[in-house]
Design a protein around this ligand. Structure first.
Ligand SMILES: *Cc1c(COP(=O)(O)O)cnc(C)c1O
Length: 360
């Protein structure tokens, strides 16, 4: 069996060229007679991998020198708890914008650690639109404002960086990092679980302004301190070396593709044609406000729920997998990250048109 088009939201499809490179290096990495997984994280050879990955990421995102880049563990979810511990002191208020399942979860974890103010919550509109900026109730002097630029489940994406009103902006970019250029200097912190747009699971990439992590309260254990990780090159303990290595290969692959301007162009085109196919079908429906439709995660429903099962089994037979929507939204969801080739989106659109014709 060959490669299929895998629309999984995460862990998600990876670039074939990178998988092939990892395969070719698996048994004998750099002529060492071992795989990269079998060497010390403190060896010269691995340190070089780690440093090159950081350098390539810095180049891709034009990360300013006053930002640290960390390669951490625990998933984005662990950061939901760790961020308020590190960036706010006891008694501080932290602001959260809630636009879907992930930002909601981030706020509820933060509540266990610090005083949380939800500046606005899109629940009333079922998270299909972002609360208008004029309605946000920002806390003067908040330690930071947290938001999720791309809600992976609802398919709601901010296409511009919101005005945080002076507070450092903290962004959970798990499902949109590297999909396009961003102005890092607009953010206090950007973090992302790797398994959507970076590489295998087990790694979180964090980009953070150094002055923000220096304020960490004394009570935070060393292993949970970003400042300590920054000082030790993210090697306070053994990092997930294979994921780090693989992320480095993906960063190099992105540079070879032409960088993030080029990825943005391709991602926009992929998303545009899929939304056009949905809107023009008179059959499929995407509920998200047009200005906030995600380039990365495209949920859509069919006119009748009983069509979901035949749609999914037909798609599977056509080599298009993992299209079932999240249980909280229903219907379908096509995740079309950097590594999803445009041919995969074309194949999906072709299958959708054919299915609609047969069942419309
Ligand atoms: C997948 C995802 C997470 C959760 O990531 P874990 O690595 O499972 O903790 C958090 N936020 C967003 C936006 C995601 O897409």
């Amino acid at each position: 069996m060959g490669r299929i088009f895998n629309f999984s939201a995460g862990p998600a499809t990876l670039p074939v060229e990178v998988l092939e490179q990892a395969r070719s290096e698996m048994l004998d990495w750099q002529g060492r007679g071992v795989s990269v997984m079998e060497v010390s994280h403190r060896s010269k050879a691995f340190i070089k991998v780690a440093e090159q990955a950081e350098a390539d990421l810095r180049e891709l995102l034009a990360i300013p020198a006053d930002y640290a880049v960390l390669f951490l563990q625990g998933g984005a979810t662990q950061q939901f708890a760790q961020i308020p511990m590190n960036l706010a002191a006891a008694g501080d208020t932290v602001d959260y914008l809630v636009t879907g399942q992930w930002s909601k979860k981030a706020a509820s974890e933060a509540k266990l650690v610090r005083k949380v103010n939800v500046v606005a919550d899109g629940a009333a509109g079922n998270y299909t639109d972002a609360p208008d900026r004029s309605q946000w109730k920002l806390t003067p002097g908040a330690a930071y404002l947290h938001y999720c630029p791309n809600e992976t489940i609802g398919g709601l994406e901010f296409h511009a960086v919101p005005d945080a009103g002076g507070a450092p902006l903290v962004a959970d970019m798990s499902s949109t990092i590297l999909s396009r250029p961003v102005d890092v200097s607009r953010f206090g912190m950007i973090y992302a679980g790797a398994q959507k747009n970076i590489g295998p699971a087990g790694l979180v990439v964090m980009i953070v302004r150094r002055d923000l992590i220096d304020r960490v309260p004394d009570t935070v254990p060393n292993i949970l301190r970003y400042s300590a990780q920054a000082k030790e090159g993210s090697m306070l303990n053994t990092p997930p070396t294979f994921s780090w290595y693989f992320a480095g290969l993906v960063f190099a692959w992105l540079r070879k593709q032409g960088g993030l301007d080029r990825m943005a162009e391709i991602n926009r085109r992929k998303a545009d044609k899929l939304y056009r196919a949905i809107d023009g079908s008179g059959f499929y429906r995407n509920p998200v406000a047009v200005a906030y439709r995600s380039w990365m995660n495209v949920p859509f429903t069919l006119p009748r729920e009983e069509l979901d099962a035949p749609f999914l089994s037909g798609a599977e037979k056509a080599g298009l997998t993992e299209l079932k929507g999240h249980r909280s939204v229903g219907g379908m969801r096509a995740s079309i990250y950097n590594a999803m080739p445009e041919a995969g989106v074309d194949a999906l659109i072709g299958f959708m048109a054919d299915f609609a014709k047969r069942h419309g």
